[in-house]
Design a protein around this ligand. Structure first.
Ligand code: XAF
Length: 239
């Protein structure tokens, strides 16, 4: 993928999002708006040109899966329609490499706003942890809006194009069994940080958008993480 015209942007945005995901929610203005078991969802209330673009940061801990497995199921188009309930159509416009694809997604309409679509590159990468060199256990998927020659600039007016930046950062923690036995899924914990900023791209009532985010984000992360656990539980562990 290093040769692709998008590579410098992919490299820069992915590094930025990794740094951003690692920042705690202690500092500043993050507001906890949803909790469910180990999942904590925070938001900041921000508007750009009168449009709600509330940044979201969710942290979650899921036992029994690895960070690679979580990121693999988030990245791969083959499983997306199993866990993403708000997608009406999904198309891979370009397979840049094994770890980078360009998606066009048409999402369900949220009344009274107009229907939205999203055109973005998606990149999966293993991250050597600079602070802990032998922690080869951090994976990231970064999704960032882009242009593409085979997607109409505007979907000839049918859908409003959102502008999004999303990052799923997953770290595998292993509790090695005392008796030196082989590692099982009971010894695995995946620490997840999900960050997202979605600019709705066109007018949508602030109250409607905030209600959608409040309802949809916890539902999405809960459904996605349960889906990955169920997909992996009877399969060999993949780090
Ligand atoms: C989880 C969630 C949060 C906020 C809104 C909604 C939603 N409800 N009805 C339509 C949408 C909708 C409209 C446009 C979008 F781009 C996405 C969208 C959301 C997430 C992602 S992703 O990159 O996190 C996962 C890949 O689909 C991409 C697009 C979702 N769903």
């Amino acid at each position: 993928a290093q040769s692709h015209v998008l590579w410098p942007e992919i490299d820069r945005i992915t590094a930025e999002q990794l740094h951003y995901a690692r920042q705690g929610v202690g500092e500043g203005v993050w507001e906890l708006f949803a909790e469910d078991g180990e999942m904590r969802m925070y938001k900041r209330e921000e508007e750009v040109n009168g449009l709600v673009v509330d940044p979201l940061k969710a942290v979650h801990t899921v036992k029994g899966v690895t960070g690679f497995e979580m990121c693999h199921y988030f990245f791969s188009p083959d499983y997306r329609l199993d866990w993403e309930t708000t997608i009406e159509q999904m198309k891979v416009l370009e397979k840049v490499s094994d770890d980078t694809m360009i998606f066009l997604q048409i999402h369900k309409r949220v009344w009274p706003a107009s229907q939205r679509d999203a055109l973005f590159w998606s990149h999966l990468r293993q991250v050597p942890d600079s602070r802990d060199p032998d922690a080869q256990n951090i994976w990231i998927v970064c999704n960032h809006s882009t242009e593409h020659h085979s997607a109409p600039e505007k979907s000839n007016g049918k859908y409003i194009r959102v502008f999004l930046t999303v990052a799923l950062v997953c770290q595998t923690m292993i509790e090695p069994p005392k008796n030196g036995a082989q590692i099982t899924r009971d010894d695995l914990t995946c620490k997840i940080t999900y960050c997202s900023v979605v600019n709705p791209g066109g007018w949508a009532p602030a109250s409607v958008l905030r209600a959608v985010y409040k309802r949809e984000y916890p539902k999405f992360l809960k459904k996605f993480t349960h889906y990955v656990y169920d997909q992996c539980k009877n399969k060999p562990i993949r780090f």
